[in-house]
Design a protein around this ligand. Structure first.
Ligand code: BYC
Length: 313
C-alpha cells in the first residue's frame, strides 16, 4: 500500500478511537513522539521517588512512614509499567536509561526542587500528584494501547497518593501555628512548579498540534492546567491556606480561576538542567543504577538457568 493510503487509514482508526497496538503500522513520527513522551513519563516516576525518599527516615510516625514508603514503591511500579509500554515501540530499557544519564532525555521539571520539610510530603502528594492525575486521567484515552492501559492502572493508585498528601496538609493546617506555617510555606514553594508541570502554553507547545491530531494527547496543556487550578483552589480554601498568587481570582464570566503570568524563564532554566536539583538527581540515579548492576546480572543469570532447564525438560 502507498504511504499516503497507510497514513489515511491510520488517521481513520485514530478518529474512530480504535487503539493502535505495537504490531500495527504507524507513522515513524507517531512512534518517535510516543518513545519521547512515554519514556519521559517513566523517568519522571522514577526520578520523582528521590524528593520523597529524602523524608523516609524522618517521617514523624510509623504510620506516616509506612504510607510514604508504600507511595514511593507505587511510583517505582508506575515507572516499570511505563518503561514496558515504551519498550513495545522497539527501544530497550537500557537505551532509555542511557539517554537519561547522558542528559538526552527529559523528566518532569517539578522533581528538581528540594524537599525542605515534612510538609513538602503533603504538598507533593496533594499538588504534584494532583496535577499528575489531571493529566493522566486525560491520557487514559490516548490512542496507543499499551500507554492507555498503563494509565488506567496508574490512575487508580494516584488517587490514593493525592489523599495521602491532602491528609498531611489537613493535619498540619489544623495543628499548631508553627505547623500551619510549615504547610503554608510548602504551598508557597510547590504551587508554581506544579502549575508548570503541564508544560508551556498551547501557543508555545511544539508538539501539541500533532499530538492532539493523533490523539496521543487528548487535551491541551492549558486546558489541563486550568482544570487543575480550578479544583485545587477550592481544596486549599477548605484547608484555610492561601496560594502565592495575588492575582488568583474566580472570573465570573468564564467561571474559571484567572492566574498571574507563569515564570517561563524559571521553567526553561530547570528543563535545561539548571534547576536546584537536576545534577544531584541524575548523579543519584547513576549511582543507584551502578550499585544495582550485580542484581540485574544475577536475575539475568537465574532467568537463563531456568530457561535452559525448561528447554531440556
Ligand atoms: N518538565 O510541546 P510540549 C508523578 C518539554 S510523575 C520537563 O508541550 P508535550 C509523580 C517537552 O518534553 C508524572 N519538560 O511537549 C512521580 C518538550 O521538549 P522536547 C509526570 C517539559 O510532550 C513521583 C518541550 O517541553 N507526568 O506523577 O506535547 C512522585 C515542549 O513541550 C515539561 C508526565 O510525565 C515539564 N513539566 O507535552 C510524585 C506526563 N513540559 O521533548 C508524582 C506525561 C514540557 O521536545 N507527559 N516539557 O525536548 C505529558 O503529558 C506531556 O509530555 C507534557 C508535555 C504535557 C508534559
Amino acid at each position: 500500500m502507498e504511504n499516503q493510503d497507510l497514513l489515511n487509514q491510520f488517521q481513520q482508526k485514530i478518529d474512530a478511537d480504535i487503539k493502535i497496538e505495537p504490531k500495527d503500522w504507524m507513522p515513524d513520527k507517531y512512534r518517535q513522539t510516543l518513545i519521547r513522551q512515554i519514556s519521559q513519563h517513566a523517568h519522571s516516576e522514577i526520578i520523582g521517588m528521590q524528593p520523597e525518599g529524602n523524608w523516609l527516615t524522618r517521617a514523624p510516625s510509623l504510620r506516616s512512614k509506612k504510607i510514604l514508603m508504600a507511595k514511593i514503591q507505587d511510583e517505582a511500579g508506575h515507572g516499570l509499567y511505563l518503561y514496558c509500554a515504551a519498550e513495545t515501540l522497539g527501544v530497550k530499557r537500557e537505551q532509555f536509561l542511557q539517554w537519561l544519564h547522558e542528559g538526552k532525555a527529559k523528566y518532569s521539571s517539578v522533581f528538581n526542587y528540594p524537599t525542605l520539610s515534612w510538609a513538602d510530603m503533603g504538598a507533593i502528594g496533594w499538588l504534584v500528584d494532583g496535577a499528575a492525575i489531571v493529566n493522566q486521567v486525560s491520557l487514559q484515552g490516548t490512542s496507543y494501547g499499551p500507554y492507555s492501559r498503563a494509565m488506567v492502572k496508574i490512575c487508580m493508585e494516584e488517587s490514593f497518593h493525592q489523599r495521602q498528601g491532602f491528609e498531611i496538609m489537613a493535619q498540619l493546617a489544623a495543628g499548631t501555628a508553627e505547623q500551619k506555617e510549615m504547610a503554608q510555606d510548602a504551598i508557597n514553594r510547590w504551587w508554581w512548579p506544579s502549575i508548570m508541570m503541564f508544560g508551556p502554553h498551547d501557543s508555545e507547545s511544539a508538539h501539541s498540534n500533532q499530538s492532539l491530531k493523533w490523539r496521543i494527547k487528548r487535551e491541551s496543556n492549558d486546558a489541563l492546567r486550568q482544570r487543575f487550578i480550578d479544583k485545587t483552589i477550592e481544596q486549599g480554601h477548605h484547608l484555610g491556606l492561601t496560594f502565592p498568587d495575588p492575582k488568583l481570582h474566580l472570573n465570573k464570566e468564564t467561571q474559571h480561576y484567572d492566574y498571574s503570568p507563569i515564570n517561563w524563564d524559571e521553567f526553561w532554566n530547570v528543563v535545561k538542567g539548571n534547576g536546584p536539583g537536576n545534577k544531584r538527581r541524575i548523579r543519584h540515579h547513576i549511582k543507584a543504577h551502578d550499585d544495582g548492576k550485580w542484581v540485574r546480572e544475577a536475575a539475568k543469570a537465574y532467568a537463563e538457568k531456568i530457561n535452559v532447564k525448561k528447554k531440556s525438560a
